[in-house]
Design a protein around this ligand. Structure first.
Ligand code: MRU
Length: 331
């Protein structure tokens, strides 16, 4: 994606430094964060300087490559990186892949392949997903499954970018996505950069627009897809899926096959990250609630497969069931 006329990826490796777009300060400022070793890279994942399943995966791969280059204890480095965020499958996929490297050269090669695979898959998802978008469609998305959540292109937003480039007239409803506002801050910023017409809506406004016939299609990303098609995504996705079904609106998940966890039989087995209550009690450092109030802050929820119309992958659009998922993983 172009930012101020310069091409950027969300995360990349330069010598032994992992560089990434600093996401919490967007859209106010555009800055690159540099992580000099795997511990700093792990911390950047944990504190969400970099976030989104694919971007987390690529960053984790690069963090592992750093540990190889700098002669660290590889098993310990893998443990540290795996313990940053529990839900996104791509993180475990990447760490386990780089763990198999024999030496630093191979580790860097595997990490680069993971990042390349992520951006290629995102592009393909855009091509398959674009065929589901009709001229004049109004599409609702939740959180940020765009360019910033992957190395490039994104998943839920990739079909939207492809449709726009093909000249389709589209409009996007952007859920603000409390508590961290990835929709209002990041998705809106990306869509603005791509000149895609959009409006940010409060999270609780989606049902209103769906019921009034203003939304034709819902596309979201995924952090982990179980073997039966149940899907974990940003908190609030489940209720959007239920509302979509109630209002006969197709609800698609867009995700690379690296987000599928075939060892996880159903959504009940997906670990859900619980984050700091401050994210709910405050907005960007400003306290909203009474001093004595506490909050609960699950970062993800699980949408049962029965609410999902299809999963847009880099290998095509599949049904969210065991058979189709098995076939796409082991063709
Ligand atoms: O907590 P985050 O920001 O890392 O959450 C991940 C997400 O951005 C969403 O759940 C997204 O829809 C899927 S990941 C591309």
């Amino acid at each position: 994606m172009k930012v101020n006329d310069k091409l950027f990826k969300t995360v990349w490796l330069e010598d032994d430094v992992v560089k990434m777009i600093n996401q919490p300060i967007l859209p106010d400022r555009f800055e690159i964060r540099e992580c000099k070793n795997h511990a700093e890279t792990a911390e950047a994942i944990k504190t969400m300087i970099v976030r989104g399943a694919g971007a987390i995966g690529a960053t984790a791969g690069y963090g592992m490559a750093q540990a190889f280059i700098q002669g660290e204890d590889i098993e310990k480095a893998a443990e540290l990186i795996k313990n940053t965020r529990p839900t996104a499958q791509n993180l475990f996929y990447a760490v386990n892949k780089v763990l198999k490297a024999k030496d630093k050269e191979e580790a860097v090669k595997i990490a680069e392949e993971i990042a390349e695979e992520d951006s290629e898959a995102s592009k393909k998802i855009g091509e398959y997903g674009e065929t589901l978008i009709k001229d004049n469609d109004k599409i609702l998305t939740h959180c940020n499954a765009g360019w910033l959540a992957f190395v490039d292109w994104g998943t839920a937003l990739s079909p939207i970018y492809s449709a726009k480039r093909k000249g389709k007239n589209i409009f996007v409803f952007v859920d603000e996505t409390r508590p961290r506002l990835q929709g209002a801050r990041l998705t809106a910023w990306e869509l603005g950069n791509e000149d895609v017409p959009h409006a940010i809506i409060a999270d609780n406004a989606a049902g209103h627009y769906m019921k009034n016939g203003d939304v034709n299609l819902v596309i979201t990303g995924a952090d982990r897809i179980a073997a039966n098609g149940d899907t974990a995504n940003k908190i609030g996705t489940y209720e959007k899926a239920v509302l979509a079904k109630e209002n006969n609106i197709p609800f698609y998940i867009a995700a690379p096959t690296s987000t599928i966890d075939i060892s996880c039989p159903s959504g009940e087995n997906i670990p859900i990250e619980e984050r700091d209550e401050k994210e709910v009690l405050e907005v960007r450092g400003v306290k909203l609630s009474p001093e004595k109030s506490h909050a609960k802050n699950p970062a993800f929820d699980v949408t049962p497969a029965r609410y999902i119309t299809g999963i847009i992958t880099e290998k095509g659009v599949i049904k969210p069931n065991k058979e189709d998922i098995k076939k796409i993983i082991n063709p």
